[in-house]
Design a binder for this molecule. Structure first.
Ligand SMILES: Cc1cc2nc3c(=O)[nH]c(=O)nc-3n(C[C@H](O)[C@H](O)[C@H](O)COP(=O)(O)OP(=O)(O)OC[C@H]3O[C@@H](n4cnc5c(N)ncnc54)[C@H](O)[C@@H]3O)c2cc1C
Length: 410
């Protein structure tokens, strides 16, 4: 690591959002000195490499919210990027299926949202048309979003990292940020780092800093003087893989009508770009921010979750949902039954025995609300923290990068 003159931009986090921010900066200011650092030894090590791989259409989000605007714009930019860079993707479409009478009103509300958000091609379909779109799905009515698609976000992140380096930026892996201090007078910031090539604790000087630290976003923000509220509470999402068959059980994606009080979309059946199909993800509060295995427990993570008043308020409010999630964690049968409500042919025999999981960086406010929208906070005028960027932040990443670049004055 060179003596490090002052960089124009330091980005913390080599997930898809941080990398997209670095790319955006280099496109806006060719020749700028841009460095991305990540504590892991590879890009996309956390949420970006552990998700459903869905390019969301923008149906679910409150009209006017950052999620609504940036998801619709981000999906368009994501498809453009994949086409330009030859990254496999497919606009295979998605159905949100109502299977019970009491879900029809919620489907109406979703349709209104989707239309207000300008989701391309969104249409309402009846029971017969559900079968035309997805022969193995069943329900009373559904929303069909033909522009919703699939991609491997890890592959997109690796392509962006290569582009950042081609444009003259640097991606430094194995470098952990311990703290960020804005200099007085809005004149830049100091980023304290340790790790590979740093020769012990050292400092990166930067004119601007953008922090896209996902599951650890709240810690870096707090340390930099931002308010303690909201806190990241890790929610694990587990998937079960289906056996490969000549004709996959779905042509695209089939989702349930979600609980409007929760930011999670419910167990869905999703095709992936490698041809596999998964059921999931569940949503279970876990005692580690990297709980890819169910038994992982980290003292600091567990302590921070347990001492946050919002956690207990969420637990009280959603104890029924929590019990269902626990049942699915304990029983594959319960898991498959959740998906079989709208794809009835699914049985335990369809599972191939493999599972994988991701952990959502969900911000929970002190009052117990699950923060719905993306949250960006700025300290000292030159440091921007992305504090809540769960789904659909991968879909939205190129649009989020533009938003973050604007906010930090790039
Ligand atoms: C189960 C699940 C399913 C999902 N499904 C979808 C989907 O289908 N579609 C969609 O659009 N979104 C989906 N998402 C959400 C999406 O994956 C995330 O919103 C997105 O990947 C966030 O990207 P990011 O770059 O902000 O964070 P991340 O990918 O988590 O990257 C953050 C990076 O910061 C680094 N970091 C943290 N702290 C430090 C530090 N102190 N020093 C150095 N580096 C640090 C981490 O190592 C990490 O690499 C899903 C998420 C999960 C968990």
């Amino acid at each position: 690591m060179p003596g490090d003159a002052r960089h124009d931009l330091v980005v913390v986090g080599a997930g898809i959002v941080g990398l997209a921010v670095a790319r955006e900066a280099l496109l806006r200011r060719p020749g700028a000195s841009v460095v991305v650092v990540d504590k892991e030894d590879r890009v996309a090590a956390h949420q970006t490499g552990h998700n459903s791989g869905v390019v969301h259409g923008g149906i679910y989000y409150e009209p006017g919210s950052l999620k609504a605007r940036l998801c619709v714009e981000g999906a368009r930019l994501m498809y453009d990027y994949c086409e330009e860079h030859g990254i496999p993707h497919e606009r295979c479409g998605k159905l949100v299926v109502a299977v019970a009478d009491d879900e029809l009103g919620r489907l109406d509300a979703l349709e209104l949202r989707g239309r207000a958000n300008g989701v391309p091609g969104l249409r309402r379909v009846g029971a017969d048309e559900i079968r035309e779109v997805e022969p193995n799905a069943t329900g009373l009515a559904a929303l069909h979003a033909p522009n919703t698609g699939i991609v491997d976000y890890g592959a997109v992140a690796r392509a962006i990292a290569a582009e950042v380096e081609r444009l003259g930026g640097e991606v430094r892996l194995g470098v952990e940020v311990g703290g960020i201090v804005a200099e007085p007078g809005g004149d830049g910031a100091r980023v304290d780092v340790t790790g590979v090539g740093t020769g012990g604790p050292s400092v990166l000087a930067a004119r601007r800093v953008v922090v896209c630290a996902g599951l650890w976003a709240d810690r870096l923000a707090r340390g930099a003087g931002a308010p303690a509220d909201p806190r990241i509470v890790p929610f694990r999402g587990a998937y079960l893989a289906l056996r490969r068959t000549a004709e996959p059980v779905v042509r695209g994606m089939v989702y349930p009508v979600p609980d409007p009080d929760l930011p999670f979309l419910g167990v869905h059946v999703t095709k992936h770009v490698d041809g596999g199909v998964t059921l999931g993800p569940t949503a279970m509060l876990v005692p580690a921010r990297d709980a890819y295995r169910l038994r992982t427990l980290r003292g600091r993570d567990a302590w921070e979750t347990a001492t946050w008043p919002g956690t207990w308020r969420v637990a009280r409010r959603f104890w029924r949902t929590g019990a269902t999630e626990l049942r699915m964690a304990a029983s594959r049968r319960a898991f498959v039954e959740a998906a079989a409500r709208y794809v009835p042919s699914l049985t335990l025999d369809d599972l191939d025995g493999t599972t994988h999981a991701g952990v959502r960086a969900q911000a929970v406010a002190r009052d117990g609300s699950l923060v719905d929208d993306f949250v960006i906070s700025t300290t000292g005028g030159v440091v921007s923290h992305l504090r809540n960027a769960p789904s659909p932040a991968a879909t939205s990443s190129f649009a989020l990068a533009r938003e973050l670049a604007d906010r930090v004055g790039l």
